[in-house]
Structure formats: structure tokens, C-alpha cells
Design a protein around this ligand. Structure first.
Ligand SMILES: Nc1ncnc2c1ncn2[C@@H]1O[C@H](COP(=O)(O)OP(=O)(O)OP(=O)(O)O)[C@@H](O)[C@H]1O
Ligand SMILES: [Mg+2]
Length: 320
């Protein structure tokens, strides 16, 4: 099963300032503020929703294809994704711009000053689902990227009769009630956390039941309280998997989606898909960054069986 991932593709530049920002703000000089912080640590991380989901899928033997736009600085990232099994042939380079980049500096109080440069991501709408010439797509995952492109992907998927999983996540706040409603109404599946679900209810004016009526699958994640997978006639409560240690929550929602989608692409039942999501999220929580976790399929299955009962069904992952 070929799954298209349309979420953002980005780099994160994370810096640490060995001090306290607050000591350098002068209350009566704020109109001419001029500050430069010498930072003593910087890491550059591969990120973005599309590759985050794709990375976990590829670890498990899934076949994700990224859709999106990147800048002149994408070469090494592309090679790394391809090497890990993420198809990037549909990813277009915008030569005179940079890949979307998040720059954040954090101080000793965990205060943060950040900027996000969308760069090449602003061109995301140039990569059309209809232009794809590879193996036919079975499902499109519409995740946060340029808001206009998200709207376009919804329209395109509906016009092409392509089932899509709507994952508005952080961009829930950037889309209007009407845009969200269009996204939800035509969707095959909706993935949200509890808070985003309430936001969608509020902004669309739809009740939870009305939202559910439009969908074949709805997944609501609830942090360490687990998640719930809802279909037209069934509901599965999925427990979270307690991590060995909590290092960094960045990207756990994406890892959950990666685990779930791989189970789905192998035709596993939805309860198992949710449980695969929960375990993948826990792996992600145990490492620093959204694509730093690693496991073999064998290790994943062994650990899965310490928490859940798959009646041997996950062996199918080993055949890929
Ligand atoms: N503290 C935790 N311990 C174990 N598992 C967790 C924990 N927090 C989250 N998870 C797992 O990750 C899944 C997704 O978490 P959550 O609901 O926080 O997503 P999210 O808010 O979309 O996260 P993100 O910040 O990545 O957007 C949960 O359903 C659960 O399985
Ligand atoms: Mg999320």
C-alpha cells in the first residue's frame, strides 16, 4: 500500500543560551531593543511532519512517499531519508530558497525565543497529487504544512476520489471553521489530540457525533492516557506504553501516526494499528528529537508482545 505524506519538511536549529533572557530586557528601552545572545550549544535536526511520520513507517517496513517542497540545502536530508526507506521522488527543490527552518534559543529558565522561516514550504501547493506518476496512491495523509497547500490537498484528494487522512494538528488554529469543516467532511480518517478535537468542534460548530458520522476512522490521542480508535461500529481504547525514560516529547504524535499507518498498510486490524502507534510513540519519547529513535522490526515486535497481544499477526512485518 502506497501512502502519500504531505506534511511539512523542515530543519530545526536548536540553541542554548547559558543565562537568563529576562536579565537583558530593559523595561523602558523596549522600543529600541537590540540583543544578540552568544549561544554555547547548537544542534541541527531533521524534522517536519511528513518525514517524521515517514521515518517511523520506514523503520517498520512501510512504504511512505513524501510530497512537498524543499530548498537548496535538502541534499543530505534527502539521501538520509532514501537510505532509510522513505521515497522522496515527489519532493521538489526550490533552488533559490531554503528548506523550512525553525530557529529556537532556549535559556536556563526554559524560556524560548524562536523564529520559523517557511521558505520553500510556501511553495508546497506546486506539488500536486494529480501529477504523481508512480505506483497508484492508496491513501493521502494531509498534515500541517503551508495552510493554502493543506486546503488544496483536501480539494485535490476529493476530486481524485483518493481517501485521505486529515491531520490538521498544529494548523488547526490557522484554518477557518469552514476550511476545517471541508477537511473533516470529505475525510476517510481524522487524527487529532483531545485538545485539537475540541477546537474542531468549536470552530466548525459540529458536535463530536456529527464529526464522527463523516469518518470511517477517527483517532483521538490523549497523551500518557493513551488513545481511542473509533469506527462506525466499534471503539477501541488503546493504552499508552510507559517509556523506559522520558527524554523529549517532540514528534511523538507523528511517531504514533507512523506506527498506526504501517499497521494499516499491512491490513492489520485497527486495534493493533493503535497499539503499534502507542509503542512507536514511546520509542520516540525515549530519544532526543523526532527521528532519533531506532529499532529493528524484530525488536519492535518483541517489545510489542510485552504489552499487547497480537496473536502472531505482527509477523507479517517481517515479510517486507
Ligand atoms: N507520557 C507518555 N507516556 C507514554 N506514551 C505517551 C506519553 N505521551 C504521549 N504518549 C503516546 O503518544 C500518543 C500521542 O500523544 P499526544 O496525545 O500527546 O499527541 P500530540 O499532542 O499530537 O503530540 P505532539 O506534541 O507530537 O503533537 C499517545 O496516544 C500515547 O500513546
Ligand atoms: Mg500532535
Amino acid at each position: 500500500m502506497r501512502i502519500a505524506l504531505t506534511g511539512s519538511i523542515a530543519f530545526d536549529y536548536l540553541m542554548t543560551f547559558p543565562g537568563h533572557f529576562g536579565e537583558h530586557f530593559i523595561a523602558d528601552k523596549l522600543e529600541s531593543i537590540s540583543l544578540s545572545f552568544l549561544v554555547d550549544k547548537m544542534i541541527k535536526r531533521r524534522g517536519g511532519i511528513g518525514p517524521n511520520i515517514g521515518y517511523t513507517m520506514a523503520l517498520l517496513g512501510g512504504t511512505p512517499t513524501l510530497f512537498g517542497t524543499v530548498g537548496q540545502d535538502f541534499g543530505e536530508y534527502r539521501a538520509w531519508l532514501e537510505q532509510n526507506g522513505v521515497d522522496t521522488t515527489a519532493v521538489k527543490v526550490i533552488e533559490d530558497d531554503f528548506t523550512a527552518s525553525f530557529f529556537a534559543t532556549t535559556d536556563y529558565d526554559n524560556c524560548q525565543i524562536a523564529s520559523f522561516y517557511p521558505g520553500a514550504m510556501s511553495h508546497a501547493g506546486e506539488v500536486k497529487l494529480s501529477s504523481w506518476e508512480g505506483e497508484p496512491l492508496d491513501l493521502v495523509v494531509i498534515s500541517p504544512t503551508d495552510p493554502q497547500a493543506m486546503i488544496q490537498y483536501v480539494e485535490e484528494a476529493q476530486a481524485l476520489n483518493l481517501p485521505y487522512l486529515y491531520d490538521p494538528s498544529q494548523q488547526t488554529v490557522r484554518l477557518s471553521g469552514e476550511e476545517l469543516r471541508q477537511g473533516v467532511e470529505g475525510a476517510y480518517a481524522l487524527f487529532v489530540n483531545e485538545y485539537e478535537f475540541s477546537l474542531i468542534e468549536k470552530h466548525t460548530g459540529m458536535t463530536g457525533d456529527e464529526i464522527k458520522d463523516h469518518l470511517e476512522i477517527m483517532v483521538v490521542t490523549k497523551g500518557d492516557k493513551g488513545s481511542i480508535v473509533i469506527t462506525k461500529d466499534e471503539e477501541f481504547i488503546i493504552q499508552s506504553v510507559t517509556p523506559e525514560k522520558i527524554v523529549d516529547p517532540t514528534g511523538i504524535g507523528d511517531a504514533y501516526r507512523g506506527g498506526f499507518l504501517t499497521g494499516y498498510s499491512f491490513g492489520l486490524d485497527l486495534k493493533l494499528c493503535g497499539e503499534m502507534g502507542a509503542l512507536a510513540a514511546s520509542y520516540c519519547l525515549e530519544t532526543d528529537g523526532p527521528q532519533s529513535h531506532y529499532f529493528t522490526k524484530e525488536a519492535f515486535i518483541t517489545r510489542f508482545r510485552e504489552h499487547f497481544d497480537d496473536q502472531g499477526k505482527l509477523d507479517i512485518l517481517l515479510e517486507s
